[in-house]
Every structure is written in structure tokens, then in C-alpha cells.
Ligand binder design. Structure first.
Ligand code: SF4
Ligand code: SF4
Length: 426
């Protein structure tokens, strides 16, 4: 999507991508990025790093993965927060989040799965079937999880065309569920060791926990700065930081995000922001927004408001909790990883009151004037849960707007009208 000095076509060809279709995808994402991101004013200079990462999203980063694999390294692709990155890194492998945020090859997808499947699932299957995602093609193993019925069955289909391994996630958080999940994380330890040929040790897991915690701490600083009025960073830029966190080099990303956080904290001290003081502030909650899905943030911020937080997997659920770093044995550390991950509040759990508590707490901490609850169409889990979210937000004295959408741009006009009307009543 950039004017690349390097021609990456031979590398993409070697990975088995469909080059003309892939070129078309890169062009479309580049246009989307330019329209949503490069039109923003007064962005922090720290965002230059993320602009660069996006300009090389299928270039330099894929080359890094390629070099790593050619030197014997293994890459694991994941789709969900519940797959612990610490375990993968402790085995000496790299973890990459697989994009599922754009409509692609739906005609082909709908030949093998129902039309009324959520956009996230259709998107990852479309990227695979159309051979346009260098991340999945760079993944020695895709690790799925049984979070929802759609994904569970989609991984069976994916497994026919790509090495895929699925973690069984409990759907409740009772002591017996936690015990089952700890056993499942130990299965991941075995699988990671088998694929990499490396042994996970106390030292390697301790280092991985610290490294991933540092990444989450940097994102926490960016999120905390967003509580200021005027907001020092747009919601779109903060969302991009979280999206990139899933696939960038961990130490480098952490360093660059800490530099960005330094800048944001200085902006807060100077009273400098991306929107005027008093601009309407919105908290967004719901289904994750995988790259390159910036649709709702773009609509809200082009309407003059600022998104101050994301209670979602591409937001607070990803970085708000850390794995305790004081485990002294390998067993203690694996348990600590498992417990931290089971604390994530996904709608696949019942009950899932922790998510609603987080929405209310974040809305207050971030000074939100209203909440937008987002569900992907055909996602029964988040659509069902939105009733409870709406009731709780209203009871807390805040207006709430429920949006159900997908990745198409057809409803942008209609959604803009609804969002503008919502912002007027805040
Ligand atoms: S919403 Fe649930 S299933 Fe989706 S990425 Fe988050 S934790 Fe995983
Ligand atoms: S958005 Fe909903 S239906 Fe789609 S994969 Fe996530 S949990 Fe499953």
C-alpha cells in the first residue's frame, strides 16, 4: 500500500499469494487508510511509526517473518485473545494476529458456509480462499479456539486447507472450568514445543511474560492519556495501535508505543488535543475491529466527536490485565497465564457481568458522554448481550446507541445519520 522501494512480489509469489488479487487488496486498503487516517489533523508525531508499519504491512513485516522462518523459526497465526502469546513466545516462536476485518471473496466463502455467518469469520475464510493474506500463508500453524459455534465449525473448514489446531475454551468461569482451561493451556505448551522443537523453561516463560506485559503496559499508558480533555489522540489512532500490537515485533512495538505515550502525556500536560476541549466523547464496546476495520471510529470522529476508549478485544480487553510476574516455578507461571486469559470478558461466557462492569467503569474513568454498542451482524453472542449492556449503561445515566453492522460500506450513510443524531443528544 506504499510506494515501496523494494519489490515484494517475488516474496508474495513464493508464499503462494494470488498476485493480481493481492495487488487489488493492497490498493483498496491503502485508499481506506489514506481516507480514514491521513486526513486527520494534529496527529501525534509518534503515529509516524504506525503509518510506516501500515505502509509496510505486507512488505517489511512479512520479510521479517520470512527471514525468521528461513532461519528455523516458527510462526503461529491466531484469531482470538484467548490464545496466550506468552506461551508461543516462550517456545521461541512468534505469534501473529490474522486480519479478518475486510470483505473479501464472499462469493467463494458462501459456497462453503452459510450466508448469514458473521463478517469476521467470512473475512478470514475469504482471505484464505482468495490467497491474499501473507500472514496466514506465513503461519506454520493456525491456532483456533472454541469461542463461538461459527468459529468452531469454520476451523474445521480451514483445517482442510491449512494446518490448524483448536483450543477448547470453557464457557463459564467456575473452579472446574478454570482447571479445565489450565489443562488446555498445558496442551498448548506441548503443541508449541512439538512444532518448534524447543522446550519452554522457567526462564523463557518468565521472559515472555515480562515482554508481553511490557507491551500491554505501553498500551495502558496510551489508554490512560485518552482520559484527558482535550483528548491527546484520536480513537482511530489508538485503535490502530491495538490492531498493530497483534502482529508487530514485540520489543520494537513496545518501545515505539512508550515513545508515543511520552508524547501523549506531554500533550495532556500542555492541554493539547486532537479535538477541541469539550468535544463529545464516546466509548465504543462490542465485537472486535480487526485490521482494516476502522468504519465506526471513522464515522464517529468525522461527525466531530472523539472516541475515548474501546471496551473490546481490539481495546481494553487486550491490555487491561497483566500476567503476574512473581511465579517461581514453571507450573505457577503456566497457571498464572491461564488465569489471566480466562479473566477476559468475551460474550461467549455466561454469565459475562464483568464486561458490563468494565463498560460502566471505563465510561466514567474516560469521561464518556455516551456509549456505542457495536455488534457484527449474525453474531448471536454480542447481539444477545447488547440488551444487558444497554440497560446497564442507561441505569448509569448515560445514553447508548446500538449499532449492528458488517464490513461493507453500503450502510455508511445511514450509520452516519444515526451517529450524528446520537451525538446531538449527548
Ligand atoms: S470477541 Fe471473544 S471470540 Fe472474538 S476475539 Fe474477543 S475473545 Fe475472541
Ligand atoms: S463476531 Fe461473534 S460470531 Fe463472529 S467470530 Fe466473533 S464471537 Fe463468533
Amino acid at each position: 500500500m506504499s510506494d515501496q522501494a523494494v519489490d515484494y512480489h517475488p516474496m508474495w509469489d513464493e508464499l503462494g499469494l494470488d498476485l493480481p488479487t493481492h495487488d487489488a487488496l493492497l490498493e483498496a486498503v491503502g485508499q481506506l487508510f489514506g481516507d480514514a487516517y491521513l486526513t486527520q489533523e494534529n496527529r501525534p508525531t509518534g503515529m509516524d511509526y504506525l503509518n510506516f508499519v501500515m505502509s509496510e504491512v505486507h512488505g517489511l513485516r512479512i520479510k521479517e517473518l520470512d527471514d525468521f522462518r528461513k532461519s528455523g523459526g516458527k510462526v503461529f497465526g491466531t484469531f482470538c485473545l484467548y490464545v496466550p502469546e506468552e506461551i508461543i513466545r516462550a517456545a521461541g516462536a512468534w505469534s501473529v494476529g490474522l486480519c479478518a476485518g475486510a470483505e473479501f471473496a464472499y462469493d467463494e466463502v458462501e459456497q462453503i458456509m452459510p450466508r448469514n455467518t458473521c463478517a469476521l469469520i467470512k473475512s478470514f475464510m475469504g482471505f484464505k480462499l482468495a490467497k491474499v493474506c501473507p500472514y496466514i500463508e506465513s503461519s506454520d500453524l493456525v491456532i483456533g479456539e472454541t469461542t463461538c459455534d461459527g468459529k468452531k465449525k469454520a476451523y474445521e473448514l480451514l483445517g482442510e486447507i491449512h494446518d490448524t489446531w483448536v483450543m477448547e475454551l470453557p464457557q463459564m468461569k467456575r473452579p472446574e472450568d478454570i482447571a479445565m482451561w489450565k489443562a488446555e493451556v498445558r496442551e498448548l505448551v506441548k503443541k508449541a514445543e512439538e512444532i518448534t522443537g524447543n522446550t519452554i523453561t522457567e526462564d523463557s516463560l518468565r521472559a515472555a511474560i515480562k515482554e508481553v506485559n511490557d507491551k500491554r503496559r505501553a498500551l495502558q499508558r496510551i489508554a490512560a492519556a485518552s482520559a484527558a480533555d482535550p483528548a491527546p489522540i484520536s480513537g482511530k489512532d489508538r485503535l490502530l495501535a491495538t490492531q498493530v500490537a497483534f502482529y508487530d515485533d514485540v520489543p520494537r512495538f513496545t518501545q515505539m508505543m512508550n515513545t508515543l505515550a511520552d508524547e501523549l502525556e506531554a500533550r495532556v500536560a500542555a492541554g493539547e488535543g486532537v479535538a477541541p476541549r469539550g468535544a463529545k466523547r464516546v466509548l465504543v464496546t462490542g465485537t472486535p475491529m480487526a485490521l482494516p476495520n476502522w468504519k465506526i471510529h471513522d464515522i464517529i470522529e468525522k461527525a466531530g466527536a472523539v472516541v475515548v476508549g474501546e471496551e473490546m478485544c481490539t481495546g481494553s480487553r487486550y491490555y487491561q490485565d497483566l500476567v503476574p510476574e512473581d511465579g517461581s516455578t514453571l507450573d505457577e507461571m503456566i497457571d498464572a497465564v491461564a488465569e489471566k486469559y480466562l479473566d477476559i470478558n468475551c460474550a461467549c461466557f455466561t454469565p459475562n457481568k464483568g464486561r458490563i462492569d468494565d463498560v460502566i467503569r471505563m465510561a466514567k474513568d474516560l469521561g464518556a458522554d455516551g456509549v456505542i454498542d457495536l455488534s457484527l451482524q449474525f453474531c448471536g453472542l454480542y447481539e444477545m448481550e447488547s440488551h444487558g449492556v444497554e440497560e446497564a449503561v442507561r441505569a448509569a445515566g448515560l445514553p447508548v446507541l446500538k449499532i449492528t453492522t458488517d464490513y461493507s460500506m453500503e450502510d455508511v450513510g445511514q450509520l452516519s445519520t444515526r451517529v450524528e443524531a446520537f451525538l446531538e443528544m449527548l
